[in-house]
Ligand binder design. Structure first.
Ligand code: GTP
Length: 391
């Protein structure tokens, strides 16, 4: 994982030796709810012990304590961790958010300070295109480059008033056709259109002479934002180990609701597997099938519980003219991290991402995803009420 800006999420863990032979019971949470790596071990059907069973007479190795594998649940008690009551809202309503303020300890997003680099990365939107979707909603896909990695991070923009400054900036020597092809136009493209409609940088019009609103001009209402980390398994191969695919779909649905006047942005970051990459995540899945939870599996592979950073998301949101946002998340670390080293972005509200099956609105149920969500709540401080989990 390149060392790009912002949270380096390198939990200060004392890593165990792989498949620690002498597991012992302990509390894995510190006061902040951080995971403290200690001596983790997979369950007694781990390769080491199962090899013993299969290859010869069993040894006297004791089984791991059940508390290690199924820690007792302590309901979150931090103010602001409550899941907003959206009961009674129709499926066509934008869910209520709860105000958050990361500048005060009681602000509803924990007190953990992410390790952020002092400056934000540089980002540039190099192309944008209109994507009509299978649901009938329309969005503009923005593809970004940056100065810290070679990945194509994306912004999926709902609503016509959110524009990229770097995309709209005039490039030396370019023609109007160049601008149309890279998506730096206002309004809509149509056969035969020859002008981009952007008369001067920063003063977009709609291609018909009228002025288009930029994200900053719109100002009054903060857009809905989701910072999404790539998940090949959950988004492409229908995995029921996580709810990533469902979250992506639901974020897009909420952003395209007619009642969502401020538009929406999904920042899609290429940090697969919470930053450890697909190959390592697949190894983690095997460890999970051997009895570890999602955090333990990462630590056993000598990765932090969460290796992600959000500086690119902050920089992309700024490029899209945003200063204040409503963030769709249950993750308190994400709120603080996306605000940037100098609170370049302010998260005004948090809108909870409640699994659809918990709300009785479709979704899916599987022991794997329930274990995944439980671990997020118990070990990663996620602000979801486990009591809502249907039994
Ligand atoms: N290492 C690892 N990564 C996982 C696992 N399950 C899902 N992921 C990754 O976790 C990331 C999804 O996290 P997000 O959807 O941003 O969720 P979050 O930060 O936990 O919190 P929310 O914003 O509340 O959804 C994706 O990159 C997934 O690939 C797992 O078991 N192990």
């Amino acid at each position: 994982m390149p060392a790009f800006n912002s949270v380096q999420a390198q939990h200060d863990v004392r890593l165990p030796s792989f498949y620690s032979p002498r597991p012992r019971a302990h509390d894995t949470r510190d006061n902040d709810g951080d995971v403290e790596g200690a001596e983790f071990s997979v369950s007694d059907n781990n390769p080491a012990s199962s090899a013993t069973k299969e290859d010869g007479p069993s040894t006297t190795r004791p089984p791991p304590p059940s508390s290690l594998l199924s820690p007792a649940f302590t309901p979150p008690s931090t103010p602001g961790t409550v899941t907003p009551n959206n009961a009674g809202l129709s499926v066509l309503s934008v869910p209520r958010g709860v105000p958050v303020d990361s500048s005060i300890p009681t602000g509803g997003c924990g007190t953990k300070q992410p390790k952020l680099l002092e400056t934000l990365p540089e980002v540039e939107c190099i192309v944008r295109a209109r994507i009509p979707t299978t649901t009938g909603a329309e969005m503009f896909l923005h593809l970004y480059t940056n100065n810290v990695d070679n990945k194509e991070h994306l912004a999926i923009v709902f609503g016509g008033n959110i524009r990229s400054k770097s995309l709209d900036a005039v490039r030396e020597g370019e023609t109007e056709m160049d601008r149309l092809v890279r998506g730096a136009y206002t309004g809509r493209l149509y056969p035969g259109r020859t002008t981009s409609g952007l008369s001067a940088p920063g003063t977009p019009d709609n291609g018909d002479g009228s002025q288009a609103a930029s994200g900053e001009q719109e100002g009054q209402l903060a857009p809905l934002v989701r910072i999404h980390s790539e998940c090949y398994t959950g988004e492409t191969v229908w995995s029921a180990r996580c709810d990533c695919g469902e979250q992506l779909d639901e974020a897009a649905r909420l952003m395209s609701l007619p009642g969502n006047k401020a538009g929406g942005i999904i920042i899609y970051l290429r940090q697969e597997g919470r930053g450890i990459g697909l190959g390592e995540k697949l190894k983690a899945y095997n460890l999970q099938d051997l009895g570890s939870d999602t955090v333990e599996a990462n630590l056993l592979l000598r990765h932090p519980a969460d290796a992600r950073s959000y500086g690119l998301a902050t920089a992309m949101l700024l490029d899209l003219g945003q200063k204040e946002i409503r963030l769709l998340t249950n993750n308190p670390d994400k709120i603080r991290a996306v605000e940037g080293p100098n609170r370049e972005i302010i998260v005004k509200e948090r809108v909870a991402m409640i699994p659809l099956s918990w709300k009785g609105r479709g979704g899916f149920r599987a022991p794997e995803v329930e274990g995944y969500l439980k671990t997020k709540i118990e070990k990663m401080g996620h602000m979801l009420d486990l009591g809502s989990l249907p039994r």
